[in-house]
Ligand binder design. Structure first.
Ligand code: ZN
Length: 208
């Protein structure tokens, strides 16, 4: 079984280190190209009632082509990764993250969200095709629970805090790894063999 948490720096952080998926770097170059076309289009935007200039049309075509390329690369990376994850695991606990694509979010955030969207979709399809059990876990609170003892901290971790320290049992782990493990718990899967560093399986309890 595998627990999967989605993020910006790493598209997928999982309970299995070899299956972690870093945010694809090829997306960065392509995103810069997209942004350049966007600026070109903005500069050449036709005034109301005027025909679009050739320059504007060219920029628009260039943008569409660049966009297609990004989508294709994203799709390709997502499918290859999903294939590997499904081949190596019987049960998947996946954060049910839904990207919002807010207009005011940054380019990097948009790219990360698009990568997550495509990767999650590919994983669900691949899992279905190979009759794996795919648990979709509601994303709320997953960064607040302790994967070691099951305790929940009172406040959400600030985004800048990369290490999760449990106030109940003292366990420390990288934030995203902890979240990936929490996915397994929330899906009702008990990763006795996934987490070999765990000293003992303590019953889940709530922090005071
Ligand atoms: Zn704990």
């Amino acid at each position: 079984m595998i627990g999967i948490d989605w993020g910006v720096k790493e598209t997928a952080t999982t309970t299995s280190d070899p299956h972690d998926l870093p945010h694809p770097e090829h997306g960065k170059k392509a995103q810069a190209k997209l942004a350049r076309y966007d600026r070109m289009m903005a500069r050449r935007k036709p005034e109301k009632g005027h025909h679009a200039s050739n320059g504007y049309q060219r920029a628009k075509q260039g943008r569409a082509k660049a966009y297609k390329k990004v989508a294709r690369q994203r799709q390709d990376t997502a499918r290859k990764w999903a294939m590997r994850v499904v081949a190596d695991h019987d049960a998947l606990a996946v954060e049910d993250f839904r990207p919002k694509f807010l207009a005011k979010s940054t380019m990097a955030k948009k790219a990360a969200d698009a990568a997550i969207g495509a990767t999650k979709q590919a994983l669900i399809e691949m899992g279905r095709k190979h009759t794996r059990t795919v648990h979709l876990v509601h994303p709320a609170y997953t960064t607040m629970g302790c994967a070691q003892c099951g305790a929940r901290v009172k406040h959400a971790l600030p985004l800048g805090m990369r290490t999760y320290t449990c106030t109940a049992c003292g366990a420390e782990s990288p934030r995203d790894k902890n979240s990936a493990r929490v996915m397994l718990h929330r899906a009702g899967l008990h990763p006795a063999r996934v987490d070999r560093t765990r000293p003992s399986e303590a019953p889940p309890r709530e922090a005071a």
